[in-house]
Design a protein around this ligand. Structure first.
Ligand code: MG
Length: 236
């Protein structure tokens, strides 16, 4: 494992990609190999890795996938078994499916990974019933609601980018003030609201913006350009 003094911990979709400036941020990061890069994403490993390769982004120091449920160490992307073991303790997809199967208006939609189970909700008004049901069955999980697709994703309750990042930084002995975080959406909220310096890109969600500490840069640039601009200022 390489020793790094300072690191960028960044989300991928909507932050590094999707709003232009991808090549500029890639070139900058490749010119600054002394800055380690940690990716934290809702994607699965193969998905995230494909994107990193497609854009030519730097080899990860580590990648946290499925919103932090899994951690892989670069450059060979070895799974962190200790971390995976911790997630497994409270994770029972079978119990989850049978519990939510009792609610009408909730349909199982499939698994995009070991840690992410998707349900389709007929109507958003079913959402409170789902939460009640999860509590009744003592299912400790995290839910992410995607209203545009009427989709509810269920993950282990410990799947949080902030937790994964804290663990990664402890392992590589990088202090929180030397880690710059970047994100755009709800699943970055906990990471952006921790004690790290960082940036919310201009396309970031309004409800995330409202909950951020004052030292987080609210960039006027979207996506990669927002990351690049704020990162440069931080490094200088
Ligand atoms: Mg994002």
């Amino acid at each position: 494992m390489a020793t790094m003094k300072r690191v960028l911990a960044t989300d991928i979709d909507g932050t590094l990609i999707g709003h232009g400036g991808e090549q500029a941020v890639r070139d900058y990061l490749l010119d600054h190999p002394e800055l380690g890069v940690i990716y934290l994403t809702g994607r699965t490993l193969s998905n995230a890795h494909a994107i990193i390769c497609r854009y030519g982004f730097p080899t990860p120091l580590a990648i946290a996938t499925d919103v932090g449920a899994d951690i892989f160490w670069g450059p060979n992307l070895e799974a962190d078994e200790l971390w995976a073991f911790e997630q497994r303790r409270n994770w029972s997809p079978r119990r989850l499916r049978s519990a939510l199967g009792e609610i009408s208006g909730v349909a199982y939609r499939g698994r995009s990974s070991h840690w992410r189970i998707a349900f389709e909700l007929e109507d958003p008004s079913v959402l409170p019933l789902v939460k009640e049901c999860l509590a009744e069955h003592h299912l400790l999980v995290r839910t992410l609601w995607y209203p545009d697709e009427a989709r509810l994703d269920v993950l282990p309750c410990t799947a949080l980018k902030s937790r994964a990042l804290q663990y990664i930084l402890q392992r590589i002995r990088v202090k929180s003030q030397n880690c710059f975080v970047a994100g755009d959406a709800e699943n970055d909220g906990d990471m952006l609201a921790s004690r790290y310096p960082g940036v919310l890109v201009a396309n970031g969600e309004a409800r995330v913006r409202e909950c951020l500490p004052e030292w987080i840069v609210r960039s006027r640039y979207p996506g990669a350009l927002g990351v690049l601009d704020a990162l440069r200022q931080w490094l200088e």
